[in-house]
Design a protein around this ligand. Structure first.
Ligand code: GRF
Length: 206
């Protein structure tokens, strides 16, 4: 059966676009029923508009065009959301919300966790830190979301060679290409019921 996704975003939305492209190509058998942001305006919302997807803004407090997290949980439950995908969402999600959708929230992080993760490690800060450490590889990680930043069970990772990268921008570009493949891959596996948690590990079956 077609699964329902909600995608959480804060910025330009290239990962959202990558998911939509994979739905259009038939690789993914799912539907994005809502795009959620901690902003009222962002690039990813423009992408949602073009695809006629419902947009919802969320904040810790209700009002001024924002839902709070308990209202959002009600709405997403009504929509029958199976999976929540954090694709560049910068706000910390309250524990109660995470509990409601336990093991149904995944995040993409633009580095190889558990290195270069945690509070303040987002966007360009990640790639700067990787560059400044003189790392020779970087990559992307998709993991389940728990109550600690970038901490939940790792589901999948992909590596890219950055030995010859001249700056953080170049690392960001290479990693983003990987993200656009890795995130849809994990979503596909989730939709096919091929991801399970066993013995404190997230396992993907073929
Ligand atoms: C991506 O690098 C993602 O890994 C990170 O934030 C960035 C979002 O990019 N968490 P986009 O909005 O999907 O283009």
């Amino acid at each position: 059966m077609t699964k329902n996704l909600a995608v959480f975003v804060s910025g330009r939305g290239s990962n959202l676009q990558a998911i939509l492209n994979k739905i259009d190509s038939g690789y993914l058998n799912c539907k994005i029923c809502a795009v959620i942001s901690d902003k009222l305006i962002c690039g990813a919302f423009e992408i949602a508009d073009k695809s006629n997807i419902q947009k919802i803004s969320v904040s810790k407090t209700f009002g001024n065009g924002f839902h709070n997290y308990s209202k959002l949980a009600e709405v997403l439950t009504e929509f029958g959301v199976d999976l929540i995908v954090l694709a560049g969402f910068l706000q910390k999600i309250p524990d109660e919300f995470i509990e409601i959708f336990k093991h149904r929230i995944i995040n993409i992080h633009p580095a190889l966790l558990p290195s270069f993760g945690g509070k303040g490690m987002y966007g360009h800060f990640v790639h700067e830190a990787v560059f400044n450490k003189s790392c020779k590889v970087s990559g992307a990680t998709v993991h389940f979301v728990d109550s600690v930043y970038d901490n939940g069970f790792i589901i999948a990772q992909k590596v890219t060679d950055i030995a010859d990268a001249v700056d953080a921008d170049e690392i960001a570009k290479r990693v983003l290409q990987i993200e656009h493949e890795l995130l849809p891959y994990v979503i596909k596996k989730f939709c096919d019921g091929k991801i399970k948690i066993e013995n404190q590990r997230a396992i993907i079956s073929p």
